[in-house]
Design a protein around this ligand. Structure first.
Ligand SMILES: Nc1ncnc2c1ncn2[C@@H]1O[C@H](COP(=O)(O)OP(=O)(O)OP(=O)(O)O)[C@@H](O)[C@H]1O
Ligand SMILES: [Mg+2]
Length: 368
């Protein structure tokens, strides 16, 4: 094969792969963007060649610098997982293998990265871990409720009886009140645990997502105005209906909004938006879905906590403010609806939760 033929053969090879092949020069400017990359990122090569690769990393320049440092030290990186931004600002987990590119004389001319979208794989992995945790919590909850419930009732009953026996002026009265209120707090916690472990199958209905969001904002309105929080809404009209359980979905958005309110004790802005998403190139799923974004300008979530927020009982709030089950339950509800829930957060800047729900096409109405 002469060198011209070989070159075009190499081009065919690179462009036939479903993986994303991206080359950059030594300044981080993109010099090659394969067909697989176009599909994965939802952008055309001509739009991105000459632009900076760093803008595709969620952590921007910092990430690009970190990768270059490792490449200089080790020459290559394999199975490196990082978060990248693709079309419609969707965040995906990318599995990257990157190496330094050298010309025939051995001089460094850039980098070559091969990326695979691992989002779906990661989601399934997380879901499995989550279900395992939930089974344990469920079993634990049922056991605890039984074992603790009875003696707790005895404590409550006895304390209430003693309270009736003592005078209002008796200083012991205050101590008894503490015993009763703490015991009631445990009873409430047990009840929440039981609700959580009891699995409720979604009751499916046709739902207009914009009306549901408006209902949720109405329900939380009192709390929002009390905290001097400004509300911005941007609901795309004409979104086709989704199929789901309206009570369960309400619960999800109420929890996300209440969390946002808690994150802005000094006030701030709560932005809610909906839109129809029709992926151009999505490699995973060509179905249309509706995206709901809820963002706040609150305290943000530190990086080390991001992985934990969906875990049962993970909370940073005081005992009387949170049990750490809100997002665990929300996660389960969204997964039961065939959707996804993701979060992007920056400390002291704010947090954005994105929920995606599929728009199902009824098989019986669309067979052609
Ligand atoms: N918008 C947000 N801004 C900052 N931190 C958040 C936000 N949303 C969630 N978090 C963090 O995630 C944790 C878990 O949230 P989750 O809703 O599961 O539990 P919770 O709000 O603490 O308790 P509850 O069971 O009452 O909902 C919170 O304690 C908080 O640290
Ligand atoms: Mg919560």
């Amino acid at each position: 094969m002469d060198s011209k033929k070989q070159e075009s053969f190499l081009e065919i090879l690179v462009n036939s792969s479903v993986d994303a092949f991206i080359a950059t020069d030594m300044h981080g400017l993109i010099t090659l963007f394969s067909k697989g990359a176009e599909k994965t990122f939802g952008s055309y090569a001509e739009e991105v060649i000459g632009t900076k690769i760093a803008k595709y990393y969620v952590n921007g320049k910092e990430e690009a610098k970190k990768i270059m440092k490792t490449l200089y030290e080790k020459g290559s990186m394999q199975n490196y997982e990082t978060e990248m931004i693709v079309e419609n600002n969707r965040i995906v987990t990318m599995n990257l293998s990157i190496s330094l590119l050298k010309d025939s004389k051995g001089a460094l001319i850039g980098t070559l990265g091969v990326g695979k979208d691992f989002t779906e794989f990661k989601r399934i992995e997380r879901q499995l871990q989550q279900s395992e945790k939930l089974v344990t919590v469920g079993e634990l909850a049922a056991g605890i409720a039984h074992e603790i419930g009875t003696p707790l009732n005895v404590i409550l009953g006895t304390a209430e009886y003693l309270m009736m026996e003592t005078d209002d002026s008796d200083p012991k009265n205050e101590d008894l009140k503490i015993i009763i209120s703490q015991a009631e707090h445990i009873t409430k916690l047990i009840q929440q645990l039981l609700n959580f472990s009891r699995y409720n199958k979604p009751e499916l209905k046709t739902i207009d997502i914009n009306s549901l969001i408006k209902d949720v904002l109405r329900l939380t309105d009192h709390q929002i105005t009390k905290e001097e929080i400004k509300i911005l809404t941007d609901l795309q009209p004409d979104i086709p209906p989704i199929i789901g359980d309206d009570n369960q979905l309400q619960q999800v958005f109420i929890n996300i909004i209440v969390n946002a309110i808690h994150a802005m004790p000094q006030g701030g802005t709560l932005t809610t938006s909906t839109r129809l998403n029709c992926p151009k190139h999505s490699a995973i799923n060509n179905n249309r879905n509706v995206e709901i974004h809820i963002s706040d300008t609150g305290c943000g979530i530190p990086h080390q906590n991001i992985q934990k927020i969906f875990d049962p009982f993970f909370t940073t709030k005081d005992v009387d403010k949170g049990t750490g089950l809100g997002l665990t339950v929300s996660h389960r509800i969204i997964e039961d609806h065939g959707g996804t829930i993701d979060v992007v957060s920056h400390v002291d800047e704010g947090t954005c939760f994105s929920v995606r729900l599929p728009i199902q096409i009824h098989e019986d109405t669309d067979v052609k």
